[in-house]
Design a protein around this ligand. Structure first.
Ligand code: KIV
Ligand code: ZN
Length: 390
């Protein structure tokens, strides 16, 4: 049975770039956009055109450059925003306008000093106006995570009637639990008339570390687009991480869902975004962190040397990492030492290994990590007589 496709909407250049210190110039954005297109994302949210002349220009230039993905520009439910987005996107092969408004009680009261009926009216007008410029209109119900489901369903129904092709259900504040977010998507699927005319989209923030889990709960319950960023960067604690959702769907074939992403480009893309934005990837970051395929405890190393699958659920080559690494520390055992010694050219017998291992432990207690060059020194210090074989 063929798998259902989950569209990947990348917002690295919009929500990701909102992070303090991550500002990119147009040239840097173009390099990233080209890479995202190659990676196979379905939509590139290129920016918020009304926000500044620089952002407008970036969206315009990205629209000219991108060959495959839809290019999207963000707007508020405001005419001049929509006009700016339409103008910036006019050279795009597949333009999408992303417009919307806050729908939670807190947004309606404090941000808009308004009421539910007026919010629906503004939402509908914005979608109708955007539709006069482009066919593909995504509507976001900001703070949908904290919006009551019944009202959210009314908003969704109204904007579908007005022409929205995608309904973005953002957990803007990262508040929802996965069960709750999944149930919200299910509720909309079951209660919104016309829902089959639109794609439901998950846009989850990571304030409680649940962005990835919530997005997966969303697609399990019927959403078919995930909004995410490379390395999970984004406002506050960030957005759903692209590499995580892509690999979760790939590693769980029973979900029967997949994306168009060429996963072999994930590691390089992560490094590229990290370097351009000047934001380090935490070493224990799933999929692309420096330690994602590094094994340092003796028990794990012994297993991985015998068979990689004992402690790895992903083949590193599938995400563009050359190989798993066996890190030598004071917690490593003989198997790891013999393996690394062999890699640098020493084939140790069992007796030699015992002798070198004693020396290794006293080195390792003084140093955080033993590198290849240290192995030579350890072998010399152990007093064994051995030639390098390669
Ligand atoms: O988090 C959010 O609600 C957003 C919207 C503007 C889509 O980023
Ligand atoms: Zn967001």
């Amino acid at each position: 049975m063929s798998k259902d496709k989950v569209h990947i909407f990348d917002t690295t250049l919009r929500d990701g770039e909102q992070v303090p210190g991550c500002k990119l110039d147009t040239e840097q954005k173009l390099i990233i956009a080209e890479r995202l297109d190659l990676l196979g994302v379905d939509v590139i949210e290129a920016g918020f055109p009304i926000s500044s002349p620089g952002d407008f220009n970036s969206v315009h230039e990205i629209s000219k450059l991108v060959k495959n993905a839809s290019v999207c520009g963000l707007t508020r439910a405001v005419k001049k925003d929509i006009e700016a987005a339409a103008e910036a996107l006019k050279m795009a092969k597949r333009p999408r306008i992303h417009t919307g408004i806050g729908t939670s009680d807190s947004h309606i009261k404090y941000k808009f000093n308004s009421n539910k009926e007026a919010i629906i009216e503004r939402a509908v007008s914005a979608v109708k106006y955007a539709k006069t410029f482009v066919e593909d209109i995504e509507f976001y119900a900001e703070d949908a995570g904290r919006t009551d489901n019944e009202f959210l369903a009314r908003v969704c129904e109204a904007v579908i009637k007005a022409g929205a092709t995608v309904l973005n259900i953002p957990d803007t504040t990262g508040y929802c639990l996965p069960e709750e977010y999944g149930a919200k998507i299910k509720y909309l699927k079951e209660n919104v008339t016309g829902i089959d005319k639109a794609i439901l989209s998950c846009h989850c923030h990571n304030d409680l570390g649940l962005a990835t889990a919530n997005s997966i709960a969303g697609v399990i319950n019927g959403a078919r687009q995930i909004e995410c960023t490379i390395n999970g960067i984004g406002e506050r604690a960030g957005n759903t991480s692209l590499e995580e959702v892509v690999m979760i769907l790939r590693q769980h074939p029973t979900l029967n869902l997949d994306t168009n992403i060429n996963s072999k480009l994930l590691y390089d893309t992560s490094q590229m975004v990290s370097q351009k934005m000047g934001v380090y990837v935490q070493p224990n970051k799933a999929i692309v962190g420096a330690n994602a395929f590094a094994h340092s405890s003796g028990i794990h190393q012994d297993g991985v040397i015998k068979n990689r699958e004992t402690y790895e659920i992903i083949d590193p080559a599938d995400v563009g990492v050359t190989e798993s690494s066996i890190v030598l520390t004071a917690r490593s055992g003989r198997a790891a030492l013999a393996y690394r010694a062999k890699n640098v050219g020493y084939e140790l017998t069992k007796t030699q290994l015992d002798q070198v291992y004693e020396e290794f432990l006293s080195f390792a207690d003084k140093k955080k990590e033993i590198m290849n060059e240290d192995i030579h020194d350890i072998i010399v210090a152990s007093g064994i007589s051995i030639e390098i074989t390669v």
